[in-house]
Design a protein around this ligand. Structure first.
Ligand code: DER
Length: 225
């Protein structure tokens, strides 16, 4: 099975966690796009969705699912999202799609975080994937120096088109940090979160996954954390 087929498999498998009659939390990325495609087949059974990015909002509206603002809901039963890395405890690195801030906000509303991923995302230790960190632009250089002091190499993510820094849905910039071994995800997330100018660090340890639907050649593996 190709990676794309594995993403389709887990996107469809996530439907079983969608609670009829409720509003579902929806993440961002190519695996989530497969979930949104699958959601179209049961859209009459849900009230709507809370989205974690303008990109996902567009896709949800395109299949006729009402999109609610995060401030319009008290809580969600489930949040469905992908990951760039996930470890054996359900800790994740996210932000490859530059949506990490709103993803963490919507995840914080949900009782269960259902991670959908192809098997390439399951790792022993977080940090091989360049860690996304959303930052206030004026703080970028000093935050880069802080990561360098811990052995990382941080670079500003550029937008594909004009070689300018990518601007997130929140109007901020993204640093991608290479060369880190994140051995204590909870402590690392707390430490980096408090650096002045950090909006969101792409370690999801305090908002870890409850379940991971992992697409493998032999089918969908369900990991519970
Ligand atoms: O940006 C994100 O956090 C996405 O969820 C990302 O981690 C997974 O994207 P993918 O499904 O396209 O690999």
């Amino acid at each position: 099975l190709s990676q794309d087929q594995l993403k389709t498999l887990v996107g469809q498998a996530a439907l079983q966690y969608v609670v009829p009659g409720e509003i579902v939390g929806v993440g961002t990325g190519s695996t989530v796009n497969k979930f949104i495609d699958a959601l179209a087949t049961i859209k009459g059974q849900i009230l709507g969705a809370v989205s974690s990015s303008l990109a996902s909002t567009e896709r949800l509206k395109a299949i006729g699912v009402p999109v609610f603002d995060a401030n319009e809901v008290q809580s969600l039963s489930v949040y469905i999202d992908g990951a760039d890395e996930i470890d054996a405890k359900g800790y994740m690195v996210k932000g490859g799609g530059a949506a990490l801030t709103r993803e963490k906000i919507v995840a914080a509303l949900a009782g269960q975080f259902i991670c959908i991923a192809d098997e390439s995302k399951l790792v022993d230790a977080l940090g091989a994937f360049p860690l996304p960190v959303e930052v206030i632009p004026m703080a970028a250089a000093q935050i880069q120096r802080r990561f360098e002091a811990m052995g990382g190499q941080a670079s500003i993510r550029l937008s594909g088109a004009d070689g300018q820094p990518l601007v997130t849905d929140n109007g901020q910039h993204i640093l991608d940090v290479r060369g880190l071994q994140i051995r204590e995800p909870l402590a690392f997330e707390s430490t980096v979160n408090q650096w002045p100018g950090v909006v969101t660090v792409g370690v999801f340890a305090h908002q870890k996954a409850s379940v991971c639907l992992l697409g493998t050649a032999s089918g969908v593996r369900t990991l519970k954390f």
